[in-house]
Design a protein around this ligand. Structure first.
Ligand code: NAP
Ligand code: MG
Length: 475
């Protein structure tokens, strides 16, 4: 097999030695520091402040003051201008953001450059256009913002998740306190600089870094009107309990265990690419990843043979190399979780296969994997692994495919590969999933709502529906 010569991206991002929180338009003095690392090398990139309840309180107060004194008084058209300005500055700083995201997350530069950053930018452009058209959001004339939004995001798409949360909230007229994940705070801190550069009024966006306890203090703060959370179902349930009985409006975007269903009449080579993208994109750290391959029994052997051949061509390694397909696992904890679940799946009868690949000496890595011969009761068919591991399950009839696909606590996404439009439409109707792709996978667009059924959460992000999470009917 040929190998490409290395093509590393230049280190176009530089970080401060340490960061405070972004509160009231300024960075606070760094305190209570912990290191944030590059998971591909374990090198320390910067020291980050672990936010306390007091920091959260200051941030919420600053967001409240900005809401009352400034943001709620601006017209939609004026708010829209700020969103456009943020979008354009993000475009100008796109390569820097892509490099920062790759260094802090471990995902390949080709993904941050061509997907994460452009998608984040598109969310700001899209919602900028909505800011002066809220009368058409579906809540009647003159809908109102909720007030202060508490937003907590995970580490798998740090900047993109930030954009999905911040853009609609600002367009709808809310102010914000956001907590990024402990392992990936850097792109959010660069975003704070972008807010300064855009001269966004002080306190409209506040960012408090830290761990789960910081998130809990934010979600539980009595002066927030809205809680928007993306993360694990486990933490989502804690949050749902925490806010129960309060007046806070809540959206929860949680885990998934999507079925990617391939029929014998599917365009096979295309389906192989879709299955590869579905599970190995972003090392499988994707809530809507196609982590269960449901393959029609008659083509199982041929398909798996082709899939293995294609997996052997994936290049794993330096995320800053433009040729890299599979980057680093985001943290030692996540790597341990993946290894544990795969081991369990094998002990329950799954057959593990991984292509040979050179694993770098430092950092956290897991070679792309398939676990074949998985029964629906196997742990790897049920639990979200959140890593580059595909569980393979067979079916004989469309009805069996639907039963198996829906046999999960989750319901975030699904894929259907078939040449027959009628079969695709019928199946799409029967699958319990918020997003269904056919003959493609992992397509995102700001105009299209995204969200789950069952334990994948409630509420929608994106599109007109995404605005409704941040608005109430006018008087
Ligand atoms: P996580 O452990 O649930 O953490 C998510 C965020 O919540 C982090 O910022 C985390 O802080 C914070 N947090 C932890 N405990 C908290 C608490 N008690 N109260 C408030 N906040 C708390 O999830 P993750 O491991 O970062 O992310 C992976 C999960 O996100 C997967 O399950 C994935 O499916 C899901 N996800 C869903 C979507 C979607 O749209 N449905 C999109 C992306 C990811 P720390 O980082 O400091 O722990
Ligand atoms: Mg966590």
């Amino acid at each position: 097999m040929f190998d490409y010569a290395p093509a590393p991206e230049a280190k176009l991002a530089s970080f401060q030695k340490s960061y405070g929180h972004f509160i009231g338009g300024k960075f606070t003095k760094p305190a209570n520091l912990y290191p944030t690392i590059n998971p591909a090398t374990e090198e320390v990139l910067a020291e980050i402040s672990h936010g306390t309840a007091k920091d959260v309180d200051l941030a919420v107060k600053s967001a409240r003051a900005a809401y009352e004194k400034v943001w709620s008084k601006l017209s939609g058209a004026e708010r829209g201008k700020y969103l456009y300005r943020i979008a354009r500055i993000m475009q100008e700083r796109a390569r820097e953001l892509a490099v920062a995201e790759t260094l802090n997350n471990g995902k390949p530069i080709k993904e941050t450059r061509d997907f994460d950053v452009p998608t984040a930018v598109s969310w700001f452009f899209y919602y900028a256009g909505w800011a002066d058209k809220l009368d058409h959001a579906g809540l009647g004339h003159n809908p109102q913002a909720l007030g202060v939004a508490a937003q907590v995001v995970p580490w798998n798409f740090p900047l993109m998740m930030l954009a999905w949360k911040i853009a609609p909230a600002l367009a709808a007229g809310n102010t914000i306190v956001l907590k990024p994940s402990e392992t990936t705070p850097l792109s959010a801190l660069l975003f704070a600089e972008i807010c300064q550069q855009a001269e966004l009024p002080e306190g409209v966006v506040n960012i408090v870094t830290g761990f789960g306890d910081t998130g809990a203090a934010l979600v539980g703060h009595k002066d927030v009107n809205k809680v928007a959370f993306t993360g694990s179902t486990e933490v989502g349930k804690i949050i749902a309990k925490q806010v129960a009985g309060s007046n806070k409006k809540v959206t929860l975007e949680l885990g998934g265990k999507a079925a990617n269903i391939v029929f014998d009449d599917a365009p096979i080579d295309q389906a192989i690419e879709g299955v590869i993208n579905g599970i190995f994109f972003n090392q499988g750290h994707v809530c809507c990843a196609g982590s269960r391959l449901l393959i029609q029994e008659s083509i199982h052997d041929e398909f798996i043979k082709k899939l293995k051949r294609r997996m052997s061509t994936l290049s794993l390694g330096d995320p800053m190399d433009k040729n890299t397909d599979v980057g680093a696992i985001n943290s030692a904890d996540q790597l341990a979780k993946i290894k544990k679940l795969v081991k369990k799946g094998v002990s329950e009868g799954g057959e593990l296969w991984q292509p040979e690949c050179k694993i770098p000496r430092n950092g956290f890595w897991f070679a792309p994997a398939i676990v074949d011969n998985v029964s629906p009761a196997n742990t790897v068919a049920r639990e979200e692994i959140f890593g580059p591991v595909l569980s393979v399950i067979t079916f004989r009839t469309p009805a069996e495919a639907v039963t198996k696909a829906n046999n999960t606590e989750y319901g975030l996404s699904a894929g259907i590969w078939t040449e027959k439009g009628s079969k695709m439409l019928k199946l799409a109707d029967q699958l319990n999933a918020g997003v269904i792709w056919s003959n493609t996978f992992n397509q995102f667009d700001p105009t299209s709502p995204f969200g789950g059924f069952k334990e994948s959460g409630y509420g929608r992000e994106g599109g007109r529906q995404g605005l409704l999470s941040y608005l109430k009917a006018g008087k």
